[in-house]
Design a protein around this ligand. Structure first.
Ligand code: SF4
Length: 274
């Protein structure tokens, strides 16, 4: 686990990355990786010779190391203080996980030594494979499923190699109906139909966090712009959505439909999960 000191996830004590790099976005029209992915600008990506999205390093001993760390916390009586976000700089359920099962092995360690809170964030329906482990973690876990839009044409245009809207919603529903706490991470929000989106999310999750290319990039939108997001929105005629307040309608519709307590926003929203 990596100690989390401040930063965006400032109420979490640790992050955990079973993989370094990400291959979800290979072969996209817009280069490698999700076009808005800020990780490509972090040292972990900048020090690599290959472009972000084209490489993946598996931490094959991640679960063994984690298990030892959790055992230490158990001995010290500090397991309950841990708030862990898996993962902040990769997706723990990308393709390699099908065979490598590193994330699954981490969940097995967490099952034996449950932390105060584990948030598992992914965009992949593969997480359903581990539903039995997630159920055993009960109140110690939230699953956060990234779903930036309800419009699959938008999804195809902006993140074409991401799982479909339908498959992600279906995964959320299966987890939710199994009694696992599910957060929808509309992050970053892409063009959508607010009323349809709210209807879809109401039955599929307990909580929704909305974030934007302006509030969530840590630089008031400058980082998103430097990644070419403004140009990409213009290319598809989405320019009216490229605005710091463009999330207002979706937020209001979600609050009306789901209630204020189930709808949170940006950094504060991610950090107030319990
Ligand atoms: S799936 Fe996540 S980590 Fe991978 S490129 Fe997309 S935003 Fe970045």
């Amino acid at each position: 686990m990596n100690r989390q000191k401040g930063g965006f996830l400032n109420t979490f004590t640790h992050t955990l990355q079973p993989y370094t790099g990400c291959t979800f976005g290979q072969r996209t029209l817009h280069g490698q990786g999700c076009p808005y992915c800020y990780v490509r600008k972090l040292p972990v990506a900048l020090f690599k010779a290959r472009e972000w999205g084209s490489w993946l390093d598996a931490k094959v001993n991640v679960a063994a190391v984690l298990r030892k760390e959790l055992q230490n916390h158990e001995r010290k009586g500090t397991l309950k203080n841990l708030r862990i976000f898996m993962s902040s700089a990769t997706d723990p359920y990308q393709g390699a996980e099908i065979n490598m099962e590193l994330t699954k092995s981490c969940l097995e360690a967490f099952k034996d030594y449950p932390p105060g809170l584990l948030v598992v964030q992914t965009r992949s329906p593969l997480i359903i494979r581990d539903i039995a482990l997630l159920k055993e973690l009960r109140e110690h876990v939230w699953v956060s499923v990234t779903l930036e839009t309800n419009n699959d044409d938008v999804r195809k245009n902006i993140t074409p190699t991401s799982p479909t809207v339908h498959s992600r919603l279906n995964a959320m529903r299966i987890l939710h109906e199994a009694g696992i706490r599910v957060q929808a991470a509309v992050s970053p929000m892409l063009p959508n139909d607010p009323i349809e989106f709210a209807d879809m999310l109401d039955q599929a999750c307990s909580r929704v966090v909305v974030d934007t290319l302006f509030h969530g990039d840590g630089a008031n939108g400058k980082r998103s712009e430097s990644l070419g997001m403004k140009h990409l929105f213009e290319q598809y005629g989405y320019q009216s959505w490229y605005h710091p307040e463009a999330h207002g309608t979706l937020l209001a519709v979600l609050q009306r439909k789901l209630g204020n307590s189930r709808v949170v926003f940006s950094q504060e929203g991610f950090n107030t999960i319990h």
